[in-house]
Design a protein around this ligand. Sequence first.
Ligand code: GLU
Length: 513
Amino acid sequence: MDNRRVRVRFAPSPTGALHIGGVRTALYNYLFARQHDGDMLLRIEDTDSTRFVPGAEAYIIEALDWLGIKIDEGICKEAPDGKGDHGPYRQSERRDIYWKYVKQLLDEHKAYVAFDTPEQLEAKRKEIPNFQYDATTRGMMDNSLTCVHAKERVENGEPFVVRFLVDPDEDIVVHDLIRGDVTINSNILDDKVLYKSSDRLPTYHLANIVDDHLMGITHVIRGEEWLPSAPLHVLLYRAFGWEDTMPQFAHLPLLLKPDGNGKLSKRDGDRLGFPVFPLEFHNEKDGSVSSGYRESGYYPEAVINFLALLGWHVSGDQEIFSMDELIANFSLERVSKSGAKFDYEKGKWFNHQYLQMRSNEQLAEEFRPILEAKLGEKAVAKIGNEKIAKIVGLVKERVSFVSELWEQCNFLFVAPEEYDEKSLKKRWKEDSPKHMKELLAVLKAQKDWSYEALDATVLPWIEAQGYGLGIVMNAFRICLVGAARGPHIWDITGILGKDETIRRVEVALKKLA
Ligand code: GLU
């Protein structure tokens, strides 16, 4: 087509928290822009004031910022009112721009004024099955095509809308970068409302086309739910005479419910027990609270990686991609046409992978607030970062979230007060008290407390006594941990130190004898 600089936009409407599907749309736009050294714009499409939700715009900006999706132009964290030469970037602030274009269509008889009230339209819908305002019906409606006094009525302040005049019987071809050519006959399109005098605002369709044109957008990458509107958009570009610079379209597949039955909806998340929003959202309008990935302990890199692969894939089996790798590898040709099942377990798996990649020191830092809440700030300061990092390193493989660490390593900070019934039943044998008493003597005599030294002393001792290795070691573990779980025993004794190890065995002997 043209060799303009690539410019894409994410154009959300501030109608609530940004759904995870919307985040994926933003991500694909971002990857595409970066890959082509182009610009990523953020435009707020707020022409429908009835659906406006306070806080939604700030939420969108915060969510993209958290995820590392950087905005080059428009509304963004550094410039909440927009930056760039094509502003304003909030449609409600562009009122004066749109009328000129509506007027152009009216003057060129490509649109007309209609006065039908909602009641009249409702009556028509009842009267005519599958009624739509189009070439077959517009002649019997109340509009400037049927009423000679239309001009005066407008001048007298009568409320009106402007409708797009869609010619019948035409095959409209939308070239989609993911789906190829999609052909739709104009007979199924209605004469869409482009403008409403009641709020002096255009509807989505007009504002979207005018803005994409004025903002120099080269590629429109958006959700599949907009595919049915694309033919109308093609007609609008043509009506304005902007066909040469019409953006290329790419409609992304839907995100489906985990069972594949239908679109993943805003309500699915809390119904199925996982977030479908990037951040927690408190909806002031209806009082609802929705959970978010950030508050659930996800790393933004994991969410990005997870979302990138929902509907796009590379050849080969690489699954872990940094943002830079995604930028290098992304292509619209490899976006699938069919819906992508939302596999929440896979999302957790990604977080697990990203958690493993963090250094123990980093994880210790992230774990610290939880530890402080459990043990108190002073106690944690006394333990020291180095030891916390060591402990975290021993158990991180077992967790997907920092919030799960405590459950895995609490016994390394506090002695068990109770002993797990199930573990006792299975692992605490009749001879265990005797074994532990003898083991105590061995441990007390041990000078070198290193992993290797303990291993080299205790194991041969057990063997020499003719005891079962598993039997002794499992009982020992119960004394130290309170249950049959945890990292390697000599890692545990290493953290606890000699005195505490001995103390725990003595306490257990008292309690379990
Ligand atoms: N405002 C629309 C939305 O919220 C944008 C659709 C488009 O990208 O054209 O999905």
